[in-house]
Ligand binder design. Structure first.
Ligand code: AMP
Length: 586
């Protein structure tokens, strides 16, 4: 297929904000499209399926280079248009357009070629990677016309801007391949769905079927192909299969126990929140496979876990969800995640690593058992099954510690107990909740202890990209060490885009400008004058910053105009916060 056919669809999608109209445009395209696998990713501006963690890794700076290389325009010129329009795709469109007029005989670009070149971006490694990446994109842009260039660049930067959500893609698949069976049709004039027997039921059933297939497969391309070739029966056969990882269920944060009960209902289950890493455990006959949260296989790295599963879990066909947490084999105390994390990527000395950094597997869910999917079973039934099939062996493999209660007081004391045992807090779970892969639907919540905030000084910053091009958008922050300042991280979240919403990038930029001591175009250094209060999830040891620590997920809370740099938090504060955080883990 020509890439220009896709570009036509992008343009049509971009021209309307109406969801049904977008669904119609896409479904009409899907009916005709060949190569559905690639097309469904590209229409979403992707070249990897959802479960695939590979990334293109092209920063705006490199795309500017690629546009400059293929158009002959200077990088400065590209940047100027980008800043002015806030869309680097637009810069490509304007500059590449000029050139193609003189190269009339350029070959027409196929969707496959675009797809392949972009996938290659993620695979490059080692010396010369940067230049080869620029070259791959430049190669595409050289054979593109102006509109094609616009969407190639937007795909590379991960901002297609055609307003296509997953729900719309799902519905477009329904319209394209199950038109008649749904009893629904689209009335273009009214921009509305019309139901033949005035009921949405049939339609909703098909939508649900496609959604559920997506929850398990995580790939609209595969689903569209199944729907087109095998219809409903094809999708009905999409099932969990031990050996094939599915996306794990995620949990939003609850503010406190009142909030937790409001979301979960009463009574609710509470479990220790172990500070390890997620492990999806699959068994099919003799084959046991382990996957991380990002669905990377780690079976080889954890041979002892494979043995635990063989010995302590009944059955030979299942998918379990668990948290593996490291502990000190001598003191039998849990260790922070960082210590065991090195086992995940380890390729050699696996046995000695396993002795040095053993893990305990805490199983908290079962998703499939004996060939039956349990996705729709209520949590309390899944837990009952865990009670039956798991023999608890502390420090090897066991069920997650759990209580079921209606009392905030009891939950609170379980929370204290969890922290005292070296965990991060609690997970709360709705007893009737189903297992919804990949989403933060709220069948469970996490409850962690709020961290003390820090007052940090801004010592540097980075200019933003695109529509943030005139602002400083990421701020290097530091704590005080006598008269010196030691960096502890970079903050970009919590700051507003619009002045009327609170402290904005614009406001901080204006405040910092007079203090800039060095400006390299991308990065600036500033005199330590402005103090801000930040919260964070955790303090980690890190060689990346001068302080030896890094704030994990720092977030701007407010300006501390009442404070000067000399009043900022000190490296001693960070040290003792780090110790108290570790103390909880001891
Ligand atoms: P967070 O990573 O802070 O978003 O917290 C969610 C993570 O906590 C999950 O993805 C699991 O890896 C982990 N976790 C630890 N204990 C449990 C538990 N009992 N139930 C569910 N998740 C848990």
């Amino acid at each position: 297929m020509k890439y220009s056919s896709l570009v036509e669809v992008y343009e049509q999608l971009e021209s309307t904000t109406k969801r049904l109209e977008k669904t119609h445009i896409l479904s009409e395209f899907l009916k005709k499209a060949s190569d559905l696998e690639h097309v469904l990713l590209l229409v979403q501006g992707k070249v990897f399926a959802n479960w695939d963690e590979r990334e293109l890794g092209m920063a705006g700076r490199l795309i500017v280079k690629a546009i400059s290389r293929s158009s002959g325009a200077s990088s400065d010129k590209v940047e100027v248009i980008w800043k002015k329009t806030g869309d680097i795709g637009e810069a490509a469109e304007q500059l590449i357009g000029k050139k193609t007029q003189s190269t009339l005989f350029s070959q027409s670009l196929t969707a496959k070629k675009v797809f392949e070149n972009l996938q290659k971006l993620a695979e490059l490694e080692g010396a010369g990677t940067v230049d080869r990446k620029v070259q791959l994109v430049a190669e595409l842009l050289t054979s593109a016309n102006s509109k094609e260039a616009k969407y190639i660049v937007r795909t590379v930067i991960g901002e297609l801007r055609v307003g296509l959500g997953e729900g719309t893609v799902r519905d477009a698949i329904v319209w394209a391949f199950f038109g008649k069976e749904t009893g629904a049709s689209y009335d273009e004039e009214k921009n509305d769905l019309v139901f033949t027997d005035s009921s949405r039921e049939k339609y909703n059933t098909v939508v649900e079927l496609v959604q559920e297939s997506f929850d398990v497969m995580n790939d609209f391309g595969e689903i569209a192909i199944l729907a087109k070739e095998k219809g409903k029966s094809g999708l009905e056969t999409v099932s969990l299969s031990p050996g094939k990882p599915i996306k794990v269920m995620l949990y939003p944060k609850a503010k406190d126990f009142e909030d937790a009960f409001n979301r979960l209902g009463k009574p609710a289950a509470f479990e220790y929140k172990y500070d390890g890493f997620r492990l999806q455990i699959h068994r099919k006959k003799d084959k046991i496979a382990l996957f991380t949260r990002s669905l990377d296989e780690v079976t080889k790295q954890f041979p002892e876990v494979v043995k635990f599963v063989e010995e302590y879990v009944k059955g030979d066909n299942f998918i379990l969800d668990a948290e593996a947490v490291g502990f000190n084999p001598e003191t039998k105390k849990y260790l922070p995640f960082q210590k065991v994390s090195q086992r995940i990527k380890r390729k050699y000395d696996i046995e000695s690593m396993a002795r040095q950094f053993p893990v305990e597997v805490n199983v908290f869910d079962v998703i499939e058992y004996g060939g039956e999917s349990l996705l729709k079973e209520p949590f309390k039934e899944r837990r009952k099954l865990l009670d039956k099939i798991i023999k608890d062996y502390p420090w090897k493999l066991k069920r997650a510690d759990q209580i079921v209660t209606e009392s905030a007081k009891k939950a609170e004391s379980f929370f204290r107990e969890s922290l005292a045992s070296g965990n991060e807090g609690l997970m709360g779970k709705n007893l009737d909740g189903i297992y919804k892969p990949g989403s933060r639907v709220g069948y469970g919540v996490k409850i962690k202890e709020a961290m003390e905030t820090l007052d940090v000084v801004i010592v540097g910053a980075e200019w933003g990209e695109g529509k943030r091009g005139d602002w400083l958008a990421s701020f290097v922050v530091a704590v005080r060490d006598k008269d010196d300042f030691l960096e502890v991280g970079k903050v970009g979240t919590g700051i507003k885009e619009k002045d009327e919403e609170g402290v904005s990038f614009n406001q901080l930029t204006k405040m910092l400008k007079p203090f800039i001591t060095k400006d390299s175009g991308k990065e600036v250094r500033v005199k330590p004058k402005i103090v801000i209060e930040v919260e964070y999830e955790e303090i980690q040891e890190s060689p990346k910053y001068g302080s030896g620590f890094a704030l994990r997920f720092p977030r701007f809370i407010r300006l501390r105009e009442d404070r000067r740099a000399k009043d900022a938090s000190t490296i001693n504060d960070v040290n003792s916060l780090y110790d108290s955080q570790r103390g909880r883990k001891k």
